[in-house]
Ligand binder design. Structure first.
Ligand SMILES: [Zn+2]
Length: 314
């Protein structure tokens, strides 16, 4: 992607972030992390959320949400390509499991899109935000570690993209998370009957998140996304992130306070002319590190992400 169009994307995202109905309040709240937001894995294996809704967890893979019905299966994300055979076996063995007719890509990362090709070839709808579809047509490089991502084959690219919200015939609702918490193409899927909200990597359930600023993600978006998603959930809603255990509304609140605090500290460092290395040294996450783990990569990426959004020429 050339620089011009990437800038345009960032501008569009910033506009969306500022204009979002939920608004973005980035206040200086400091609350200790409480118990339930802990970054502890539930372990592997299938988790039953209801008679027809499951979280399929293969070792080392991102969570996949599967809804079964007589008409077939709806998936939220499809694991990596290497795990796709195992995932399809796990889904076929679910109670009521059958043919996958619809798969959502919560964002473009290969940990989510590895089953696209096989499912598209058997006629499945692949639903994604339009920005995600565009990223999947581009080769992408992460400058911080040199990781390269090849664009997907045409057949594997999302065949049903959207901009704001949508709804399946079964009543399942989905929508864009325009804050750019993880990428600029994040989506949520809400299962109203089961009161389950799948959020992909817009919320991290396990450790510090990857801030993929190359494709639009930023620390301000993490805060904004957490605020927005709280408006979609109630105290009973089970919230399924791409990584880690099932969360609830209280967890989102706790994370919102934590990332709000970190955002404030990082923007203060930026405003004082500091760089990413100095941001790491300043330990802006210090009271959270015992629970969350080594923050250095996260802090560096989060600080860099501010450049895209808050620098005058962004
Ligand atoms: Zn991701």
């Amino acid at each position: 992607m050339d620089k011009l169009s990437r800038r345009r994307t960032r501008r569009q995202v910033l506009k969306a972030a500022l204009g979002g109905a939920a608004g973005v309040f980035l206040g200086a709240h400091v609350l200790p992390l409480t118990g339930s937001a802990q970054a502890v894995s539930d372990g592997d294996g299938t988790l039953k959320l209801s008679d027809d809704l499951f979280v399929v967890r293969l070792p080392g893979e991102a969570n996949v949400v599967a809804q079964t019905s007589a008409d077939g299966v709806v998936l939220v994300d499809g694991g990596s390509a290497g795990s796709s055979d195992g995932l399809m076996k796990a889904i076929a063995s679910l109670p009521g499991g059958g043919r996958v007719h619809t798969i959502f890509n919560t964002h473009w990362h290969p940990e989510q899109t590895g089953s696209n090709e096989r499912l598209a070839k058997v006629g499945a709808a692949i639903i994604a935000h339009e920005n995600t579809r565009l990223w999947l047509t581009s080769d992408i490089i992460w400058p911080w570690n040199g990781r390269r991502f090849k664009r997907l084959a045409k057949v594997a690219q999302p065949n049903k993209s959207f901009y704001t919200t949508g709804r399946l015939d079964t009543g399942v609702r989905y929508g864009y998370i325009p804050d750019a918490a993880h990428t600029d193409g994040d989506l949520y899927v809400f299962f109203p009957k089961q009161n389950v909200l799948a959020v992909g990597d817009a919320v991290s359930g396990q450790g510090w998140p990857v801030v993929d600023w190359v494709t639009g993600g930023w620390i301000g978006g993490i805060v904004g996304g957490l605020q927005r998603l709280q408006t979609l959930a109630d105290a009973e809603t089970r919230i399924v992130p791409a990584r880690g255990p099932v969360l609830n509304l209280a967890d989102l609140k706790t994370q919102y306070e934590m990332y709000g605090t970190i955002y404030d500290r990082l923007t203060q460092l930026l405003n004082r002319g500091r760089g990413p290395g100095e941001a790491v040294t300043a330990k802006p996450t210090k009271e959270f590190d015992a629970q969350m783990g080594n923050p250095d990569e996260f802090v560096r990426r989060a600080f860099e992400s501010l450049w895209a959004y808050l620098s005058p020429d962004a």
